[in-house]
Design a protein. Structure first.
Length: 414
């Protein structure tokens, strides 16, 4: 995709700006209200096509970019402003937050299907005010057009002229929430979907003139309407349309996506220790479940369509230091247990009679907005749905904490 998506307003915004390069983990969870935080984001404002014959006028403030219910909603409308037939929003961290080189950038999001829609989660080189595109480099983490059954990821750079490489072209439902990201190292940019690698671009030793990708970048989120790639809206296109972003997170190379709380709760923290809860995965919407409602040691802990049975109800009993044993309502005295006291990724979770082992104790770390991730005391690893599966009967595992929806759970009291 030879897509030129830069314009004069961005250049003016970045000129002379004092950028903070993030050597530590950073995120915006969009848990506020109104427009996104001005400490993190700028608004690109205007029309004129933005180099791609786009048809929207990007507005500032909360008119088209509004935080609600823990989600940033970028809304495209059929609305005449500035000589353009549509409005939307485009925000960027330029001059405020800069990232890399090297680390993991992810965002959990979903958006509209419809002719003429072009939502994107992407990055530009922070030196763009002095090194114009494509010499600054561009990393398209996720782009989706129209009602296509796939998303794409592409890099653009200068090698004696504009060149590009599409490293991701993967089937997925864009109307459902997924986590899109890149793992960026000195040798490659690897695109990820729900934590799994789905394509890669070689940048090792500046191969093919890729020196752009060894410098800091900033992030952009936008919902374009029309343009030279998706084409124009037609009579089937439904407005208003929302591009919803749950969160954006950055972890530098060698960093931790889930830092240990500096003051973990004691004596059970804030989870009610008398209630029974369904534990619902954020990514799949399915419930943690005791397979077959069995009561024997070694019964698999899996995810399964929520059905309100006792096999899907758990009680959190405080142990010490903010940790809990998590007991099943069907199998009295049995709790979540990491099989074999393993510290390895992908070790299975089972039910086992509680004996006080650290592999049977879990720290509940609040993510805000009612979600938690659960960290095993013996390994420091997170309860996880492997490969971010949405299928029934998938056994849960422990895995290195990575901040994805596959490791995020809500509690529903009974």
């Amino acid at each position: 995709m030879s897509i030129f998506r830069l314009s004069v307003p961005v250049l003016c915004l970045l000129a002379g700006a004092a950028t903070v390069v993030h050597a530590q983990s950073w995120s915006d969870e969009f848990n506020g209200s109104g427009a996104p935080s001005s400490a993190n984001w700028n608004f690109d404002v205007g029309g004129g096509g933005w180099g791609n014959a786009e048809l929207e006028y990007y507005q500032s403030g909360s008119a088209n970019a509004n935080q609600t219910g823990g989600v940033l909603q970028i809304q495209a409308r059929r609305q005449s402003v500035g000589g353009m037939a549509y409005t939307s929003a485009r925000i960027n961290t330029g001059g405020k937050k800069s990232f890399g080189p090297y680390g993991t950038m992810e965002g959990r999001m979903q958006g509209p299907n419809g002719q003429g829609f072009w939502p994107a989660f992407w990055m530009l080189g922070s030196n763009i005010s002095t090194v114009p595109w494509p010499g600054c480099g561009e990393i398209d983490i996720m782009e989706h057009i129209n009602a296509a059954p796939n998303v794409l990821g592409t890099i653009h750079w200068d090698n004696g002229g504009h060149v590009s490489y599409s490293g991701m072209n993967v089937n997925t439902s864009f109307t459902s929430y997924h986590t899109y990201g890149i793992n960026w190292t000195s040798s490659a940019i690897t695109w990820t979907l729900d934590g799994a690698g789905v394509g890669s671009a070689n940048i090792q030793n500046n191969i093919n003139g890729t020196e752009e990708f060894h410098k800091p970048f900033f992030v952009i989120l936008n919902l374009a309407v029309g343009g030279s790639w998706p084409g124009n809206p037609d009579g089937s296109t439904v407005f208003p349309a929302n591009f919803n972003i749950d969160w954006v997170r950055w972890t530098p190379a060698g960093g931790s996506a889930t830092p240990t709380p500096t003051n973990p709760p004691t004596g059970g923290g804030t989870i009610n220790t008398t209630s029974w809860f369904s534990v619902v995965n954020k990514n799949s919407g399915k419930c943690v479940d005791s397979r077959g409602a069995a009561t024997a040691n070694g019964t698999v802990i899996q995810q399964y369509a929520c059905n309100n049975t006792n096999a899907q109800q758990f009680r959190f009993t405080a142990t010490s230091g903010g940790y809990y044993q998590v007991g099943n309502r069907t199998a009295s005295g049995q709790v979540w247990d990491v099989a074999g006291v393993s510290t390895a990724d992908n070790a299975g979770i089972q039910l086992w009679a509680y004996s006080g082992g650290n592999n049977q104790q879990w720290l509940a770390v609040s993510e805000g907005n009612g979600f938690y991730h659960f960290v095993a005391r013996h390994s420091g690893k997170c309860l996880d749905v492997p490969a971010a599966s949405t299928a029934d009967s998938v056994q849960l595992v422990q895995f290195t904490c990575n901040g994805t929806g596959a490791q995020s759970f809500s509690l529903v009291a009974h």
